[in-house]
Structure formats: C-alpha cells, structure tokens
Design a protein around this ligand. Structure first.
Ligand SMILES: Nc1ncnc2c1ncn2[C@@H]1O[C@H](COP(=O)(O)OP(=O)(O)OP(=O)(O)O)[C@@H](O)[C@H]1O
Length: 259
C-alpha cells in the first residue's frame, strides 16, 4: 500500500466534471507534481485532499487511513498541510507570529497562551518555548531572520510566499500540498524555491504534492508527474515521459505545436 493514495476521485459542480476519475499513488518523501492548463482540476484535487470539498466518489488514503469525510482541521492534524494559490497569511501580524499560528494544531494551551497566562515556569510556558524553538529552526532554514519581526503585509511578494511555506512547515506535516508556489517569483527566487522544496523533503522528511505551471521547475524537481486536462488524466509518469506526450504538448502549446 502506497504512503499516500488517491483512488477514483470524482467531483462535479453542476454539470461540470471538475475531477473525473483521478487516481495516483505517492511514495513517502516523493515530490509528485500535477500539471495541466487553467481550469483542468488541479486546485480542486487539493481542495478534496484537504477536506474543503467532499468527493462524489473516491478515496484519499494517508498511511492506510481514509481522509474522506474528515473536516479540514482533522485532516491537518493527521499531517496534511497546504499553501494556497493566493497567499493566505495574517498581513497585520509579524512573520514570527504567522509561523507560530502554524503550530496551533500541536498546542494544548492555545495560541499565545503560554507565559502570559500562566507564568514563566508553567507547563504552558515551557510548551510555548518548545514551539518557538521549532519556529526558529524554520526561520533559519528559510533565511527569514532579517524580517522575522516585520509585519507580513509589508513584505515583498516572494518573501510572503516563503512565509506561507514556513507556516505550512511549522505544522510538521507528513504531506505538504503546494499550490503554485513559484507564481509571481523572479528566476532567482524560483531557483531558491526549488532548492528549498527539495531540502524540505530531505531535511524535514515531508512528502510533497506540487501544482506548478513553470515547466522548468516541474522538470527539475519532480519524481513523478500527473498531467490533466478538463478533469481527466492525460498521463502520469517520469517528468521527461510526461513532457513528451503529444496530448500534453497540445494542451500546453496548442495544436500547431505537434503539427
Ligand atoms: N466551488 C466550485 N463551484 C463551481 N465550479 C468550480 C468550483 N471549484 C472549481 N470549479 C470549477 O472546476 C474547474 C476546475 O477548477 P480548478 O481551480 O481545479 O482548476 P485548476 O486546474 O486549478 O486551474 P488554475 O491552473 O487556473 O488554477 C473549473 O472549471 C472551475 O471553474
């Protein structure tokens, strides 16, 4: 049994089959990418996995446990974290506080409870210190030291994307769903991001599902790729094999590309 398995996933909105019989296996510590033109159903798959939508049919299984029917909060606690296409951070909170929010699923005393409520030697305070240490490791790892006390709203776009990545990492997930993490980044930032994603996999032992439009990044980072169009699978396999498939070329570049 695969570490993470999606089987015969279906969802329709009205008459539109947004996800139509999608199945895939992801092994532990793999980077598995989903590509396809706009509207092909990629983000909907992430919404199904994270419990925002419930599939009409199909299974989503992490380490043998079916996630279908669980609430988004429960699924996050089971170890599935995500980032969004449009950044969803607290703009009027600091980088540090946004990352601490990623720890909330592991906190017994509630966010920012700790020392303030119960005194500096209480168990709650010690717990908060431990959480802060975990967040410090992530701040070091993503090189966010220089902006750690700044409000997220004032940061450059590429930095905000990194903070979102850091917040998902702060949840100590088993699986991370990254929805177009490189969107809006320049080439240098994309190169850095590619390295960070590989390091997240290697250093933090996280399995990664990635939605991306940047083909260079997909080719350089993925162990395997699923290509979709209009809710259906075109092909899945090694990146080179997927990139050469005529329907993938057609879906991306139009008919003339294979004429
Ligand atoms: N809640 C919803 N209600 C109605 N239609 C929806 C809903 N969510 C998604 N869809 C539709 O499902 C289809 C797939 O959308 P989805 O966002 O998954 O595509 P995508 O491949 O992620 O596209 P993009 O690359 O533009 O993000 C689209 O036609 C979209 O309009």
């Amino acid at each position: 049994m695969a570490f993470f398995n999606v089987a015969h996933l279906h969802i329709s909105f009205g008459g539109l089959k947004a996800v139509n019989n999608i199945s895939f296996d992801v092994q532990r510590n793999e980077i598995f990418s989903i590509i396809g033109p706009n509207g092909s159903g990629k983000t909907t798959i992430f919404n199904l996995i994270s419990g925002i939508y419930r599939p009409d049919e199909g299974r989503i299984v992490l380490e043998g446990e079916n996630m279908v029917g669980k609430t988004p909060d429960r699924i996050a606690r089971k170890g599935i974290a995500r980032t969004f296409q449009n950044i969803e951070l607290f703009a009027n909170a600091t980088v540090m506080d946004n990352l601490m929010l990623g720890r909330h699923i592991h906190m017994r005393t509630g966010i920012f409870g700790g020392a303030f409520m119960f005194g500096s030697r209480s168990r709650a305070a010690r717990e908060e210190v431990a959480h802060r240490e975990k967040v410090e490791r992530i701040i070091d790892f993503l090189e966010l030291q220089s902006v750690r006390d700044q409000f997220v709203g004032g940061l450059a776009y590429g930095k905000r994307k990194l903070v979102e990545l850091g917040r998902a990492l702060a949840m100590e997930p088993k699986v991370m769903l990254l929805d177009e993490p490189s969107a809006g980044m320049n080439t240098e930032e994309k190169d850095d991001l590619t390295i960070w994603i590989k390091d997240i996999r290697d250093d933090f032992q996280v399995t990664i599902l990635l939605i991306e439009h940047d083909m260079n990044m997909i080719m350089g980072i993925s162990d395997r790729v699923l290509a979709m169009n209009q809710g259906r699978e075109i092909i899945q396999g090694a990146p080179g094999e997927v990139q050469r498939h005529p329907e993938v070329i057609k879906a991306y570049l139009g008919e003339e590309a294979i004429a």
